[in-house]
Design a binder for this molecule. Sequence first.
Ligand code: ZN
Length: 556
Amino acid sequence: MATAKPRIPCKPVMVARSDGATTFTVRNGQAPEPNEPTREQKINTPSADGSVDYYRPVQPDGDKDLDWRRKLGQWLVLAFDSKNEHKDTQFILSRFPENYTLWEHVRVDATGARRTDGYLYGHPDGRSSRFRSPAEFFEHLAWLATPLPKGRCICKICAGKGGETQDDGTGVAVKETKPAHQNQAQTQTQTQMKPTNTMPSAARGVSTTSTRAPTGPSLEQRLDSEPNGKYLYRPGELVWYNKTKDTWGLAVISMRQIKDDSPRYLVQPLSHPFSHPPAHIKDQENDLRPWLAWSVPTLGYSKLQGCTYDQVNWEEVIVNYPADPVVDGSILAAKVIDSSYSLFEQDENALANQGERCYKGIYLGAEKIWVGEPVRLRSLGDDILVLVIKKIIERMTSPTTSNVTFVGDVWKFVKVHTPIKDLDLPARMIHDLNWRNRVEGAAQKGIWNEWRIMEPNARRTLGDVKGRWYETQALLRVLRGPATFENELARGITGDAGLWMNGRGDFNETGDLRQQDRESTFGRAVPAGFRVSRGLDDSAGDRFPDYLDQNTGIYH
Ligand SMILES: [Zn+2]
């Protein structure tokens, strides 16, 4: 029996139009079948080893039902709320569109481990065209909320037919139809829409799911997405490194390793093209800082101010250089890196329009960013906004230039009196949220930190992104120093690491530079043959050196 749980007050919204179908035809001439799991799938008899595997309807007003409807209701209102009038209200879809039903796949293995996954049935294409998550159904729901005809839906199922999406500007059209949505969302009359295309998908010979199976995250991507991760920095990132007690230099990370449960980094100092300091092993994260933690210093040789690294005739100026040319070389190299981007690991299986490519990650400025993780967004005022990236799409505009689009959900950091459970956020963000609420005594004070979704499936450009999002617990300790940090924690103040960081390009005059890869981004600022490790995904099997021979300067 489900126990009574405190209900979060939510404003109900609904979408009157529906294309939901209770039956569908598998093959022409055959009797229609119910648009739900098959009879076999619904058998809940345990196997000989005690495991069970079956589908059942989701309990109305149960946790799963509420979770789906709350997310959909909230996203729906926010998607049409261009003036941000409803940002502080929680909405819920009062019910799914007519003829859509939520089922759950219950699996309990022989050891008793249990998982249940929700699926929404009702798409007119039939059983195999079920929606697997609120996010997947959201685009279809947003289309239903507009007067747009069939064929203009951009959801994974409608637009994914034949492995192509229809880029006809429907994403924009949805936003511009606010009045229509308001009418439909407020009216309680049913305008059941008959599906116009009744040809079953099997007859068209189109598989709507098999060709789109994602390859899944790479090993490094998974490692970097772990809460309480071991590494603050990533291979290929530009960082400050501690040279001597009070002096810091600029370097790039070539590889990393865990030794004795602590991270170690091999860092290559940046320089002018004619001399390169040896690499260093850094085994204290406190000896490193993200590039964005501090502002760009001025050059020792002021005449070079305003030049780019490659514009400097190094061979000529180095002869009578009035300052330390290695330092100036590193500053000019860092500026180039800050304005550069390069994409890596093309995702062949992600849905893309013609002329577009999807990637699993991007080197953006100093940092390495993965699909699936949050990035800090520029915002007006003091709002803390992040975009949780679902897709990174590149469209070439010339052989050497491109437009990059980040697609994902925009979330805002807020204080609330009633937390919402099961936020659809990356584990790292949930972990950070729990830590903040614990330190700040949220349960005692009745004020919780939370992320509130502002815009699902938003599209942002390179210029909107300030940089990686970091856990405050991990980075703020480094940025503020352990003593200050611990002192504030003791007073119940957690702060936010992002407030102590610059944004990419804040101090850079040049536009975005597309680079072939990370190595070419560093160019002559690193020794010839320099390589950025791909870590766990590296087939070359690079080996982290054990120690530096002080006499020879050679690593072993
Ligand atoms: Zn659709």
